[in-house]
Design a binder for this molecule. Sequence first.
Ligand SMILES: Nc1ncnc2c1ncn2[C@@H]1O[C@H](COP(=O)(O)OP(=O)(O)OP(=O)(O)O)[C@@H](O)[C@H]1O
Ligand SMILES: [Mg+2]
Length: 301
Amino acid sequence: MVILALTYKKLVDRDFRVLLAVEREMPRYEYVPVEVIERVTRMPSSHVKLSLDKLNKLKLLERRLGSYIGYRLTWMGFDILALKSLVDRGVVEALGDKLGVGKESDVYSALAPGGKRIIVKFHKIGRTSFHHIVKFRPYAAEKPWSSWLLIAKVSAEREYRALEELYKVGARVPRPIARSRHAVVTDYVEGVELYEYREAQDPEAMLEKILDTVRKAYLDVGIVHGDLSEYNILVTITPEGEEEPLIIDWPQYVEREHPMAEMLLRRDVEYVVRFFRRRFRVEADPEKALRFVKGEAESPW
Ligand SMILES: Nc1ncnc2c1ncn2[C@@H]1O[C@H](COP(=O)(O)OP(=O)(O)OP(=O)(O)O)[C@@H](O)[C@H]1O
Ligand SMILES: [Mg+2]
C-alpha cells in the first residue's frame, strides 16, 4: 500500500481536528502558533502537543522553531484532509496505488464503497515552480505558503467544473464524482494512454470522436483544452468492442473569449491530426478539422 493510505490509517480523530485547525488558521499565519491551535481545537494542551509531535513526524505538518513554535500543513497534510473529507462523505473507501506523479498532480487509483474503481487526482500546481522560484528569486519565498495550497485548490475546482459541464453535454471525458480541496475524483478509465496505443481497429473513427469532444467543449461548454496530446487521451474499449478515446487533464483550459483561445484551439486540433497521420496514417486536413470543431462544417473530412 502507498504511504498516503498507511499514514491515513495511523490517525485518530484528535489528529484530524488538529490538522483542520492548522488549515483554518493558515491564511493568517505563515506558521500557526501552538497557542492558536490549542484555542481553535478546544482540546487540552497536552493532547494537542502529542498530536502535533505525531503529525510532524508523519510529515503532515512542518514545524517552525524560532521566536515562537508554529506549524503549517505540508502537501501530504493537505492530501490527508481532502482524503478524510472524501471518506467521510462516502466517496472513497480505500486508496490504492499511485498511478503517476505528474508535474502538477499525484494520481491515485482508489475504491468507492461497493468496490467500484475510481481515480483521485491531487492537484499540486506550484509544487515544482515553488522550489524553482525560491531557488532563483529568494524574495518570492515571501509569498505565503497557504497561497500555494490555494492555487492547487482553485486548479482542482476549475478541472472539476469543466468535467461536470463536459460530461453533461456528452463529451468523452471521465465522469466526475466529487471534489475536496485540491482533489478531484472521477471514474477510473480502464485503458491506456493514446501514446501507448499502436494497433487501432478504426483510427478514423477514433480521431472523429476526439474532434467531436473538442467541438462539444468549444461549442456547447465554451472552452478550449489547451494541452491536447496523446498523453492526455485515454483509450478504452466499450462493452460493444469499440474504441473510445476520453480526453483528460482539463485544469489549464481557457474560455472561448480568451485572447489565446483561437490559437490554442488550432494548436490542439493540428496536434491530434498530426499525431493520427504519423501513428495511424490517417489523412485528415487540419483546416477542415478546425472548421468542424468550430461548428462551421458538419464533418471533419
Ligand atoms: N480517469 C482516469 N482513469 C485512468 N487513469 C487516469 C485517469 N486520470 C488520470 N489517469 C492517469 O494519470 C495520468 C496523469 O493524469 P493527468 O494527465 O490528469 O495529470 P497531469 O497533472 O497532467 O499529469 P502529467 O503532468 O503527467 O500529464 C494520466 O496520464 C493517466 O495515466
Ligand atoms: Mg496530463
